[in-house]
Design a protein around this ligand. Structure first.
Ligand code: TTP
Ligand code: MG
Length: 373
């Protein structure tokens, strides 16, 4: 039976789920350091070539001290940290490690919602270990991940997804943060506005311009004001600062995607022709996305080589998009990580996933799926 626990004048929550959010530390870079021990302790940057307008996928914590971060142009990263070791991504290795980690989760519960290769929510309210302590389970999971993959993860433990996700970011790397129901009010009031998961860079700026710099100030803002400035996201912000987020952990995520692909009349080697076909596909895709009011955050390039081997390369961007220019920019970055131009290609495709089909709720950089979507 569900009981309600009044926590403070403002926070009322349902008794009481136990949610763990696990996020691997510097995932791609940590795998590179594991697989090549001479890189341990060094600034390692994984991503595209600084000479070819590549971008940083991620970097080791040693490189972060120099100000390097994901999505930064590799050229800027090189300037900030000239001694860094630059590496191209090895997607197969990352995908293998991801599977190992996801398998560990499934020893604990069926309620696992992966958000990407390196992170997932787990609902352990009931679990295979019959252990009532989500904190002990999270520590055990971290230990198992390290023993079986040699990689570290950070964990957030709380009673809803928003708090667990926000918590896992607090003590990175190799950390754990637990937010108990009676601590949530205090925790959220003190939290700087940019640390709220779901309030990205753009919303943060807007909040600050409205005089909202932390949870306490967000809580003081009337619902109508937040909705006026942030649309449907305003309701979401109003709830999360009160510790309210009833979204379930959804084991089977809707993996809807929307795309276009072309099987070529003849196999093509010429990279210039491949680029112009991709440009056409992106522009056609933009047209049909706009017609259907669909935007997405994950852009995937699909290539089938002449020998029928098929590969995909994906990038997730911060804002929902339907723009051919943005799609193409990402595709041009992804194509560096394929053998196009070296091997003949027989099929090219571009798709968008992580869709938000309700444009008015595509407010900037909200990363959690809003309840209304
Ligand atoms: P993140 O979990 O955001 O980053 P991270 O694991 O490298 O570092 P940490 O969690 O410790 O802050 O992303 C997971 C992987 O996804 C990351 O290793 C590389 C990839 N990625 C990109 O390719 N491009 C991006 O812009 C981001 C943010 C991540
Ligand atoms: Mg991570």
């Amino acid at each position: 039976m569900l009981t309600y626990i009044p926590l403070s004048a403002n926070i009322v929550l349902m008794e009481c789920r136990k949610i763990i959010h696990i996020d691997m530390d510097a995932f791609y870079a940590a795998i590179e350091q594991r697989d090549n021990p001479s890189l341990k302790g060094k600034p390692v940057i994984v991503g595209g070539d600084p000479e070819r307008r590549g971008v940083v996928s991620t970097c080791s914590y040693e490189a972060r001290k120099f100000g390097v971060h994901s999505a930064m142009p590799s050229r800027t990263a090189l300037k900030l940290c000239p001694e860094a070791v630059f590496l191209y991504p090895r997607f197969e290795a990352y995908s293998k490690a991801s599977k190992e980690v996801m398998n560990i989760f499934s020893e604990y519960t069926d309620l696992i919602e992966p958000l990407s290769l390196d992170e997932a929510f787990l609902d352990v309210t009931e679990n295979r270990m019959d252990n009532p302590s989500a904190t002990i389970l999270a520590l055990e999971i971290k230990k198992k991940i390290f023993e079986s993959t040699g990689l570290t993860a950070s964990a957030g433990v709380s009673y809803n997804k928003f708090l667990a996700k926000t918590a896992s970011d607090i003590n990175k790397p190799d950390g754990i943060t637990v937010i108990k129901p009676d601590e949530a009010g205090d925790f959220l009031e003190k939290l700087p506005i940019g640390k709220f998961f779901g309030i990205g860079k753009v919303s943060e700026k807007k909040m600050i311009s409205l005089g909202i710099t932390n949870g306490l100030e967000l809580k003081a803002a009337p619902l109508e004001r937040l909705v006026k400035h942030f649309g449907k996201a305003g309701r979401f912000y109003y709830d999360i600062v009160r510790g309210i987020d009833e979204r379930p952990v959804e084991p089977v995520r809707e993996r809807k995607s929307y795309g276009r692909e072309i099987t070529l009349d003849e196999d093509i080697l010429d990279i210039g022709r491949i680029h112009s076909i991709l440009k056409e596909i992106a522009s056609e895709l933009e047209g049909s996305l706009r017609k259907k009011n669909i935007r997405g955050k994950t852009i995937t390039l699909k290539i089938k080589y002449h020998d029928f081997r098929q590969i995909t390369r994906s990038a997730t961007i911060e804002m929902f998009t339907d723009s051919a220019d943005i799609i193409l920019e990402n595709i041009m970055n992804l194509i560096q990580f394929t053998e196009a131009g070296v091997k003949k290609v027989r099929l090219l495709g571009i798709s968008l996933s992580h869709l938000n089909t309700s444009p008015e709720s595509c407010e900037e950089d909200i990363q959690l799926k809003l309840p209304c979507c």
